[in-house]
Design a protein around this ligand. Sequence first.
Ligand code: C2E
Ligand code: CA
Ligand code: CA
Length: 759
Amino acid sequence: MVRLHTPDPSGGPTLDVSVLRTVIAMQHELAAVGLDLKAVMQRIADRTRELTGGTAAAVRLLDGDALVCGATSGAREIAKPHRLPLGNNLSGHAMRSGRSLLCVDVEDDDRVDAALSRSRGVRSIIAVPLLHGGQAVGVLLLYGEEAGAFGERDVTMMELLSVVLSGAMAHAAEFEAKRDQVQALARFEATFANALTGMVLLDLDGRILDANPAIQRLLTYTHGELAGNRLSQFVFPADRRKTRSAYLRMVSSGGTSLRMHHRFVGREEVIWVDSSASLVHDSEGRPSFAIAMIQDITQHKEAEAALLSQAALNQHQALHDALTGLANRTLFNDRIGHAVNPRRRTDTRCAIAVVDLDGFKEINDSLGHAAGDELLVELSRRLESALRTSDTVARLGGDEFGILLPEIRTRADVLHAVDRMRAAIEEPVALQGLSLSLEASIGIALYPDDGEDVETLLRCADAAMYHAKDEKSGSAFYDASQIRHGTPRVTLMGELRRALDRQELILYYQPKAVLLDGAVHAVEALLRWQHPSRGLVGPDEFIPMAQQTGLIKPLTLYVIDAALRQCQAWLADGLRLAIAVNLSARNLVDGDFPDQVAGLLERWEIEPDLLEFEITESAMLTDPGRTRLILERLSSMGIRLSIDDFGTGYSSLAYLKRLPVNEIKVDRSFVMNMDEDEDDATIVRSTIDLGRNLGLDVVAEGVENEQVWERLRSLGCTAAQGYYLSRPVPASELQAWLEQRRVAVARRVAVARATQGRS
Ligand code: C2E
Ligand code: CA
Ligand code: CA
């Protein structure tokens, strides 16, 4: 490819043998240097100067539109190694013309920038283009200090050297390219063999050309078992069509890559993979083969599936009752919401029924929780099978169920459903060897007759249910004229939840005084609801309802928290008063309760003997085994325990004796009238004796007058509580009362001393 400077046939200097010999020696020398282009250029520059006796020589290579220095030899200030623009100079002309040029004297050669040359001390120049593939890729330059320093012989010499140099350059370039290729291949081979990702080379039909060790391990097939087969043969049958057609589509459309999740069937198991394939094209741009990368994502998929099913489970739990598996209140309301949606067709009506079991509490109390649960599960199952699948049966809490009949036309339709429900409930249930028959009160509201929204309909059904219960009629349709107005339970319940958040619940305190000396060491905390529109609401109106739902748990903790805060405030005022808090049955079967109490005591830094719990006999009997453990824990924490409303339940003495109680409170129904009713007085007296025998304090509640107070004192009762002393009052009032009393007692003592002194 290198064109030689055409020797002048008109008798210019011809190639002599010595020049050729020099060039051949040069080639040997270069062979020894090897393929290092940099070294080759340096040798050529050095030899050019040596063989011509020039001042300096340089190899410059084309880079864009400039020449950069490849090598310099001799005076460096002449052949400066910086970048030179390919302009109107001898190099430029040589490159553009592709011919060697000799400048005998820069001073009269318009191809040369004379001023620049002069400044460098150059008078003569030779420029020989370096040709590669027909293109000038650089220039070999020689500089002399004298005009006419070089002749044609020098040009020829340089042309020969430039041929050698061009050859070396071509070789080196080829080698570089090859080396890149070889290295890339080697790198690929290494990756292929060592990758943790499965890799497969595929022909255009998807047959396996090569499979790396990772994919062999993944599928547990050997190279021999894989190679030659279609990869799709190992794909899970259900995924096969999808993967194969995607592959063929990529090949035929000339696309470059695809990626998908699918399964493989390994020798032993099904594996989820993330696989991607890339098409490799040959030098003419035709697809030649594909590389597939296959990553095992089985664990990831399994985790994903587990998460999904957990999410489904969570959603189910959020909308269903844990015991019976029925819809819970949330789902029930939601279903009603759908059924009464005005965008649905309007020709059908729907009915909402609230079903409340009669006498369930007694069964629960006497046979225990487990039996109660069993009964609820059985009745739930029966109610569901008594109704249509399009109907919804929900458990609203405790022994209360909600029924939605979304498609009815007449009241008769509803009555049929009610009959079926009642039959399902009344059929005897076998429980602990007993055959029990239950009854229920069912209240029904109709959409759109009684209301058009969920809340109103539920309120009406609830009111109808209470009406049925009062009338003992079994069932009742809502009838606005018959049913007395009062705030219905459903509304109240929702409001109570909010009241807890809004701190509308406050504590009143009623003192317990020691009968011997009238000293007050303890008070009972009694809950009141400061209702925004109804004023002060007493506990009897909302505690039973909170007890039926789970709300009593947070409610009790709220009361304990508030009581301990008050206790702390009194202590800060120098007033040491123990506070008694009333507990419910649910607290006594709640294993977390003692720890929660301990947490509150710690929070307010209150010694446990300043806290007392009042527990009714019936609450203790809900689940005696569990209750006893919880009472023992509370007692061992140092909290005082008191049996409330004593005499109204049926606690066996044997059971009582085993409980860690400190006090019994005689129910106010006996105390209030003991000054007039001898039977009541007998009960009170024997209770006091019983308490003494068991080593317990006896407190009489409901003391309304002085006679009762005095009588209790003479009977040896420990303490008394009642309107005679004080009604339940807010904390600040109690504090004022105590202060007044302290002054009054002091005055009385002073008067007594004075009279004693006089007599
Ligand atoms: P209880 O534990 O038997 O509380 C005593 C009730 O008798 C109080 O009614 C009190 O005001 C009333 N009382 C006190 N002295 C006299 C008296 O001399 N004569 C008459 N006739 N009554 C008297 P209250 O405050 O209406 O509480 C009623 C019930 O509500 C309480 O009965 C208790 O069972 C329950 N309760 C109140 N606060 C709470 C609470 O925070 N948690 C729980 N679980 N129940 C509470
Ligand atoms: Ca009480
Ligand atoms: Ca009581």
